[in-house]
Design a protein. Structure first.
Lengths: 321, 223
């Protein structure tokens, strides 16, 4: 797949971190197993398979069975990491996720690999921009979108310690490191990566490093932007969101997902009920055209420049009122 | 047949029983209460407002329920997971799953059937309640399942056909295992068996009898 252009000099691979952490966890804890749908390669599980051949359950191209089997493995005392391309994991097996994992409350990590527009050229059947909205609507099932390899690892460790089912969205391509080394993931908590007073940029996953860059650009123009990594999309860090609304008075959300029902929707639901402030919800408005991920990010303004521009436009609109 | 301990419903070594046709929750609840998982007094609250005895079983509320079922085609994949857990952790427990026949129209069953045979899950036994009726009409009219035994055989399962109303036949089918292959017991049954006015009546798929019908049915069953 395409490499994504980033202005940061060094980028890191979440999928590589994912498999390294999975192997580390499996060495420590015999309950850890991986479940996949013919996705040993695309989910980067070869090294895991080599070390733990009996603990990789590849059910073939059968996502409904994959998620049901994971629930059964958890019933049998194991801790399954289901590793499959996010569009098929969430779309094809949605009812299994709802009934067998979430409603039954089995500790299964549903790891949505290659989400968003990672498979840019393959078109909307392979884009996974709906996954956040779909999963967010299911009971209290946590929705976690790590921003970089450090957070990918810490979210996985949180899952093992929590005994709760969870959806973890794992980025396909390399991103700059944004989280402090050793930062533990905490469900329902966000991380403020940069303080600011004029506007808040709330981002998840691949968009966090871009929001940080946008904040740099805004600073050069005399605007002070707060940047929050809202990796716990559900439950959302309500305190941080409402503090941002009160203290900065304007919020831009940024996600590699459709603009309905994801991070933007979650923030808007909170803000509109408790402290209404002007908002912009950045993401993808419809099925995306075919194109490289780099092209699609530019096409939808999901770049540092695009985010900074939306923030400026939001602040200008607010002034006019 | 099942090795279970009602005093310790989460005993890790227990046999797993999954009712995939979750709409038969009333039968499961009665059996769990009779086994001592909870007091039979609670059965009076079946589907009452806020009752834990939901119209479909919920493991978070009722001890002895292994997984939440209701939407069809969910039980067999979960059962394959339970049996796979036993296989890879070298445990002795067996896994049983009761499937409706109409439910076999759901494709997820066949994903799971393929997987179970591929993994050689000899500890897994499925029972198909072959009453030949689904919610709206007969299975034959709706979407024919036959040749049903051949379908399972083609998927690599060991197939037994029994009279589903014969305890002797069922016990034999459920206790004599095939060492490597998953077993399916196609249990030919009559829906509403024993209450003449209910037998083979599609309208009794989901219907509550009147007091008079209830008395009449009990009288026939006592005979």
């Amino acid at each position: 797949m395409s490499k994504v252009e980033n202005s940061s000099p060094s980028t890191f691979d979440c999928r590589q971190a994912f498999v390294e952490e999975l192997i580390a966890l499996a060495r420590e804890d015999s309950r850890i197993v991986a479940v996949c749908n013919d996705s040993v390669g695309s989910s980067n599980l070869l090294a895991f398979k080599k070390e733990f051949p009996d603990r990789l359950i590849n059910v073939g191209i059968a996502e409904q069975n994959m998620v049901g089997v994971a629930a059964g493995l958890a019933n049998g005392g194991l801790l399954p990491f289901v590793c499959a391309a996010s569009p098929f994991l969430t779309g094809r097996a949605l009812e299994q996720i709802k009934a067998d994992v979430a409603y039954s409350n089995f500790p299964v990590a549903l790891c949505g690999m290659s989400p968003g527009m990672a498979y840019g050229e393959l078109g909307p059947t392979h884009h996974s921009i709906e996954d956040l909205a779909w999963i967010r609507a299911i009971g209290s099932l946590p929705v976690i979108v790590p921003a970089d390899p450090i957070e990918t690892r810490s979210a996985m460790r949180w899952f093992v310690a929590s005994g709760s089912p969870a959806f973890i969205r794992v980025s396909r391509y390399k991103v700059p490191a944004v989280m402090p080394e050793g930062q533990a993931f905490e469900l329902g908590k966000s991380i403020t990566l940069r303080d600011g007073n004029d506007v808040t940029l709330m981002a998840i996953g691949t968009m966090v490093s871009r929001a940080l860059e946008a904040a740099e650009q805004l600073a050069a123009q005399g605007l002070s932007a707060r940047v929050i990594n809202a990796s716990s999309v559900k439950p959302l860090d309500a305190d941080a969101v409402l503090r941002a609304a009160r203290e900065t008075g304007a919020i831009v959300t940024v996600e590699e997902a459709i603009i309905y029902g994801g991070l933007g929707g979650a923030v808007a639901e909170l803000v509109v009920q408790h402290h209404p402030v002007p908002m912009r919800i950045m993401g993808v408005p419809d099925f995306a055209p075919t194109g490289s991920t780099t092209f699609l990010f530019k096409h939808f303004g999901l770049t540092a420049e695009g985010i900074a521009q939306q923030a400026r436009s939001l602040l200008n609109a607010r002034k006019e009122h | 047949v099942l090795r279970i301990n009602p005093a310790q419903p989460q005993w890790p070594e227990r046999d797993r029983f999954i009712l995939s046709k979750g709409h038969c929750a009333a039968a499961l609840y009665s059996m769990l209460a009779a086994c001592g998982f909870f007091s039979p007094d609670r059965l009076a609250h079946f589907v009452a407002d806020l009752s834990p005895l939901n119209g479909h079983p919920n493991r978070r509320k009722i001890p002895g329920v292994e997984t939440n079922t209701g939407p069809l085609g969910h039980g067999l994949p979960v059962a394959v997971g339970c049996a796979t857990a036993a296989q890879i952790t070298h445990k002795e427990w067996r896994t049983f799953v009761v499937l409706g026949d109409g439910e076999l129209q759901e494709g997820s069953n066949w994903e799971a059937a393929m997987c179970a045979a591929h993994r050689g899950l000899g500890s897994l036994t499925a029972v198909v309640d072959r009453n030949r009726l689904q919610q709206g009409a007969s299975t034959a009219e709706t979407n024919e399942l036959e040749p049903l035994a051949d379908k399972w055989r083609a998927f690599g399962w060991d197939v037994l056909m029994v009279n589903g109303h014969s305890h002797a036949e069922l016990i034999q089918a459920l206790t004599m295992l095939h060492p490597e292959r998953p077993r399916v017991v196609i249990a030919n049954t009559i829906k509403g068996k024993g209450a003449s006015f209910m037998e083979n009546g599609v309208e009794w798929h989901h219907k509550v009898p009147s007091d008079a019908q209830y008395e009449a049915a009990l009288k026939e069953l006592d005979q």
